[in-house]
Design a binder for this molecule. Structure first.
Ligand code: HEM
Length: 334
């Protein structure tokens, strides 16, 4: 929640605690076994649905990723949905008491739901780790759609996994460092389908002049990532899904906010502190899912990608895929 706190000592203290205690490389490493068992269990559950015939079976990916922690997830989804709403009283504060559209009432209910869930976690010593993963799983769905629509990319990713991991075991986190194509797929998806297409709202704390424009203190800045990530002066074949660009022409472009032409995690002081954790989980989940299954689209045509309007970018319709195991059966049942 400190993402919504203004810059100051409260934000600074929380950010320090979270960065050092929750999202540091050491903590991410210490919790590796949780990721491995969660992702491994999901793969095995998926395999159980396969009847053993030679054909593919159909899976709805959003539901598969979301099946756990559904209640928590729906409260978080509602929170994110409300966060991205333009409420009339934002523009005309005087009419706030009318609560046009009932948004304030809905916000109060969501706040109560989230408070309840968090205090329940605390009281019962409940395992919230899964819920932390929900943050990035919808994004794996977005990446999967890029892959379904670009079959050659999927094939190339599987070839890379076959070379570095082989076909007689599943992916381990220690394999991730050897992969170059899957990181490029993730970068290309973050370019074309950034999860936070407007970053978060920033506010100027003092008057200043930028590029000759006078900006008054208190002005809100919404950053249009889509515009930046499809800037003609930087990118060629703007709308094409080409992970190869990050291995050739744009090899130098990294993700940590130092190259302003590509800032899916933001940049500067308020840059996302979950970069390492988010990327580790994305790489691992995607590699672990792609390696043991053949994946294709049931409609045999490009999958539509309508996105929700709001502060985070989610696919607004369900994603059906056909899945078929491609590794020796004893691996899935170990
Ligand atoms: C692919 C995964 C992710 C992406 C693309 C992403 C992207 C972003 C973006 C764009 C911002 C706003 C930056 C700005 O406005 O300048 C942000 C902020 C933030 N993110 Fe992430 N994020 C991801 C994963 C995570 C994860 C896994 C966590 C924690 C578990 C996390 C925690 C936060 C927090 C706490 C902030 C607010 C930081 C502050 O205000 O100082 N993010 N993220």
């Amino acid at each position: 929640m400190f993402a919504f706190a203004p810059y100051g000592s409260y934000w600074r203290d929380l950010r320090k605690i979270v960065t050092l205690e929750l999202l540091s490389n050491r903590r991410i490493q210490l919790l590796s076994h949780v990721r491995v068992s969660e992702v491994g269990a999901s793969i095995k559950e998926l395999y159980k649905r396969w009847t053993g015939s030679s054909s593919h079976f159909q899976v709805e990916l959003n539901q598969w990723f979301e099946k756990e922690g559904r209640r928590c997830l729906s409260a978080i989804k509602e929170f994110i949905h409300l966060l991205g709403k333009f409420v009339p009283s934002d523009a005309i504060p005087g009419i706030g008491w009318l609560d046009l559209g009932g948004y304030e009432k809905a916000m109060k209910k969501t706040a109560k739901d989230l408070d309840y869930i968090l205090s329940e976690c605390h009281n019962l010593g409940y395992d919230c780790r899964r819920h932390r993963y929900q943050h990035v799983y919808p994004y794996v769905v977005n990446i999967s759609i890029e892959l379904l629509n670009n079959f050659h990319v999927l094939t190339k990713a599987q070839e890379e996994l076959d070379v570095h991991v082989g076909k007689d075991r599943f992916v381990k986190e220690s394999d991730l460092g050897k992969l170059v194509y899957i990181p490029a797929i993730i970068k290309e998806t973050l370019r074309l389908h950034s999860p936070a297409p407007l970053l978060l709202p920033h506010e100027f704390t003092e008057d200043c002049i930028i590029a000759g424009f006078h900006i008054s203190k208190g002005t809100r800045l919404m950053t249009n990532l889509w515009k930046i990530h499809t800037d003609r002066s930087i990118w060629t074949d703007l709308l094409e899904f080409k992970p190869e660009r990050f291995l050739t022409t744009h090899k130098y472009v990294e993700l940590r906010g130092n190259h302003y032409e590509f800032i899916p995690f933001g940049s500067g002081r308020r840059i996302c502190p979950g970069i390492s954790f988010g990327l580790r989980l994305l790489h691992f989940t995607l590699a672990t899912f792609q390696h043991p299954f053949e994946i294709s689209s049931p409609i045999g045509a490009p999958v539509n990608m309508p996105e929700t309007f709001g502060v985070t970018n989610l696919k607004s319709t369900l994603l059906q895929v056909l899945v078929k195991p491609r590794l020796p059966s004893n691996l899935y049942t170990k």
